[in-house]
Design a protein around this ligand. Sequence first.
Ligand code: TXA
Ligand code: MG
Length: 313
Amino acid sequence: MKKTIYKPNNYSLNKAIEVLNQSGVIGFPTETVYGLGGNAYSDNAINKIYDIKNRPKINPLIIHVSSFKLAETLGEFTDTAKKIALQFWPGPLTILLNSKANNGISEIATAGLNSIAIRIPSNKIANLLLEKFGKPIAAPSANLSGTVSSTSASHIYDDFGNQIDMIIDDGPCLHGIESTIIDARTHKLKILREGSITKENIFRKTKLIINETSEKKIIVPGQLEKHYAPKASLRINVKEPDKDEFYITIGKSDNFTNSINLSPNADLSEFANKIYSALRELDDRKIKKIAIAPIPNSGIGEAINDRLKRASK
Ligand code: TXA
Ligand code: MG
């Protein structure tokens, strides 16, 4: 019985706040992927999140808030960081800042670092929840550590069952791929994780230039080589799948027997939106080998290729 899954309404939101206030853990929707949320001020709640996910404690969590005012109490916004926040929040962008001293955030949530990754999500239910709760919610993606993120409530249930106190089901996520993370601690901006907000989007809206970087791994401990992986083995950039492989394609493609086309119109956003669900479904069907067609490396394609590359290690 999936008795922990609730439709979003006043009753379930109030219940979620109760759970959060008691240092419990909830699954909740955002426009990127579902989060596994807890009170960011509470060591107890944060410990539970790491335990349930089986996440190494060196990997800090994103801190979600409902307002720029609250964000300002947590991190040091440079003028540049503020400009980006005001342009892209609420939305699928996480901003890495130097932490403000004594900001009250559990040190376990930030893995003892002196930086903090903050985001205001745009999903309506996430906003309502954050607003009603009034405190920051620390939330990694709602999946077992190292595996495919959850883009629906049932994905969370598949991973954790009744281990978490409640899941709010707001249907499939809008983007289906995790937020872009930008390091805005200094004026030398860096993208630490690609997402649906690209450096071109940021330039167009703010005229700020983002440099290429090869330092990602050091700054983001969570950006492990192997991550986002299904149980099946994954081969990427495949033009001709082997007979024993299930083939995931995009755009015009021949009719292969064991295959699925996630976007016949070659719409990268549609592909991003469906890929995690497809990988989870193939795991459920006990498919052992998956091959994925080449994905154009432009726009959100960069984020898709980043995730698929890690998933294929
Ligand atoms: O879209 C998203 O970002 C989703 C939703 C739920 O908001 N969250 C998400 O969280 O993807 P997670 O934990 O799966 O990925 C967060 C990434 C990790 O790679 C982590 O290492 C990095 O953010 N991160 C968080 N705080 C950091 C910090 N202080 N310094 C460096 N990296 C940090
Ligand atoms: Mg994750």
